[in-house]
Design a binder for this molecule. Structure first.
Ligand SMILES: NC(=O)c1ccc[n+]([C@@H]2O[C@H](COP(=O)([O-])OP(=O)(O)OC[C@H]3O[C@@H](n4cnc5c(N)ncnc54)[C@H](O)[C@@H]3O)[C@@H](O)[C@H]2O)c1
Length: 336
């Protein structure tokens, strides 16, 4: 049984993570902390647990094993360090911190203390993404030569929104959506991005962070990739597409870059021998796999708990999250 405290209970925590924790009998919610006094009271009553407006008081008074942090990015470093001071394992939302320097310091502190830190990149638990990684590993599309990812969310000007201020969110569409794509690309390819460049702009809205970006990358094994992230495309107009083309076929998923385990993925295996000078268009029906409608947030919590229960303090997830921040730093430093 893992006993949980939650810091920042009002947003994604209330929508996804706390329901996931409560749905698993091996987890127990002990207390919540929320900065907004109104939300604090409402959520304390909703979940029937003590509710605090100060995180240190909660950590002092409540007996828990793990802390989930679902606050805006600028709070992550301080609150995770505080949880560590009280000897807790931490599950923190993505992106790990405002930049890679903070992220490295944070993860190193957890390593030194022997406590687990996980970062909420839940898309790697999607059955279609697990399948894509497995097929690539089994030479199912030959050498993955080219990859594209599109992830968007309609995000207009909202007064006071932390995501729209560089000092609070660390950036815009790249920090919020691009990080998922970078992490997912590396997971599916089982590879690391070594070269990256990006262009971004604020075109549709008037906030200071970017509302759209294009990222190009090259991995250690040589895959070339392209990521589009946008805050300025209507939700229904977005394809949310993931495409991987290899020397023997393709994997194309639609709708799987999402908070739910939805979408479908087409898989084509079509190795070719000779050069066809006529370039006659031959078509072949792909195999289709469906999203299995599980709960990605529950899957990641269950995985975290397995590591804690087995005393398997694995830092590969956290190191990967810091690496994602390194890539993001390079993109932001690259464009002047
Ligand atoms: N993995 C995912 O699917 C996913 C989805 C959305 C958000 N996120 C991440 O979750 C984090 C929060 O995003 P969100 O959309 O829930 O934001 P949000 O603003 O909707 O919710 C954040 C909550 O934290 C509270 N809060 C703010 N400052 C606080 C503080 N100092 N101490 C305690 N509580 C505080 C707010 O009152 C609010 O209830 C971000 O890191 C974001 O990137 C992840």
């Amino acid at each position: 049984m893992i006993k949980w405290c939650v810091i920042g209970a009002g947003g994604i925590a209330d929508r996804r993570t706390i329901p996931a924790i409560l749905s698993d009998k091996n987890n127990k919610l002990v207390a919540i902390m929320e900065k907004s006094e109104t939300l604090c009271k409402t959520l304390g009553e909703k979940y029937g647990v003590p509710a605090y407006t100060d995180e240190e008081t909660m950590l002092k008074e409540c007996d828990c094993d793990a802390v989930y942090i679902g606050t805006p990015v600028f709070c992550h470093y301080r609150q995770a360090m505080l949880a560590l001071k009280y000897g807790k394992h931490v599950f923190i939302e993505k992106p790990v911190t405002l930049d890679s320097k903070q992220g490295r310091e944070l993860v190193d502190a957890f390593k030194k203390a022997g406590k687990l830190i996980f970062v909420g990149y839940m898309m790697k638990y999607h059955n279609l993404h697990v399948k894509a990684r497995q097929l690539i590993k089994e030479d199912g599309i030959g050498t993955p030569n080219s990859m594209r990812l599109q992830f968007t969310c309609w995000y207009p000007d909202i007064a006071g929104a932390w995501r729209q201020k560089k000092s609070l969110g660390g950036g815009g569409a790249i920090m919020d959506l691009g990080v998922h794509c970078i992490e997912l690309a590396e997971y599916i390819l089982d590879d690391q991005i070594v070269d990256v460049n990006g262009m971004y702009s604020t075109k549709t809205f008037s906030y200071e962070v970017e509302d759209g970006a294009v990222i190009i990358f090259k991995t250690k094994k040589g895959t070339l990739g392209h990521i589009d992230v946008n805050f300025n495309i209507p939700d229904v107009a977005s394809e949310s597409k993931l495409e991987i083309y290899g020397s023997k076929g393709y994997l194309i998923s639609k709708g799987s870059l999402a908070q739910e385990e939805v979408g479908e993925m087409s898989y084509l295996y079509a190795p070719q021998g000779d050069y066809d000078a006529a370039q006659s268009r031959v078509t072949q029906e792909p195999q289709v796999f469906k999203g299995e409608n599980g709960n990605l947030y529950l899957k990641q919590i269950v995985n975290f708990c397995e590591h804690v229960n087995n005393n398997d303090i694995d830092y590969s997830y956290a190191d990967e999250a810091v690496h994602v921040q390194e890539i993001v730093d390079k993109i932001y430093q690259g464009e002047k």
